[in-house]
Design a protein around this ligand. Structure first.
Ligand SMILES: [Zn+2]
Length: 141
């Protein structure tokens, strides 16, 4: 998928799932992903990338600005805001690289088969390749 959003796009926005269908979809996607240790490992290390910045906060509060408490707190506050932003980006990237694929695989169980790569809806008789992104569809069935 060429376009990049803050939050991963799981499927075609025209597909309107009920709350119950969304819960079923994400429970199944979670179970599928938990069976794939590589995906879990990738998701975990990407998600944990910003944590060293969080761990540095106590040091920044104590030593942040040459013994000036207010400046040290300001530096720590900015570092915390940076951490929260980076954590959100890391989580979105981790979801995009791992979890989205499992959601799209699980869509078939709800009767909405979709391309694993781009989320394009495939209909009841999926073609050999995705009409949207051109990827082979052997795995997505
Ligand atoms: Zn596609």
């Amino acid at each position: 998928m060429a376009d990049w959003n803050w939050w991963p796009r799981f499927h075609d926005p025209a597909l309107r799932l009920s709350l119950r269908e969304q819960v079923v979809l994400h429970v199944e996607a979670n179970v599928r992903m938990l069976r794939d240790w590589r995906a879990c490992w990738t998701f975990t290390w990407i998600s944990l990338l910003p944590v060293p910045l969080l761990l540095a906060l106590p040091y920044l509060i104590v030593h942040g600005w040459d013994g000036h408490p207010a400046a040290s707190l300001a530096v720590a506050g900015l570092a915390f805001l940076a951490y929260m932003l980076l954590q959100h980006v890391a989580f979105a990237v981790a979801m995009r690289r791992t979890y989205v694929r499992f959601v799209r695989l699980s869509l078939a169980s709800l009767g909405h088969p979709a391309c694993v790569e781009c989320g394009h809806p495939l209909g009841p008789k999926p073609p050999a390749s995705c009409p949207e992104c051109g990827s082979a569809l052997g795995e997505s069935r």
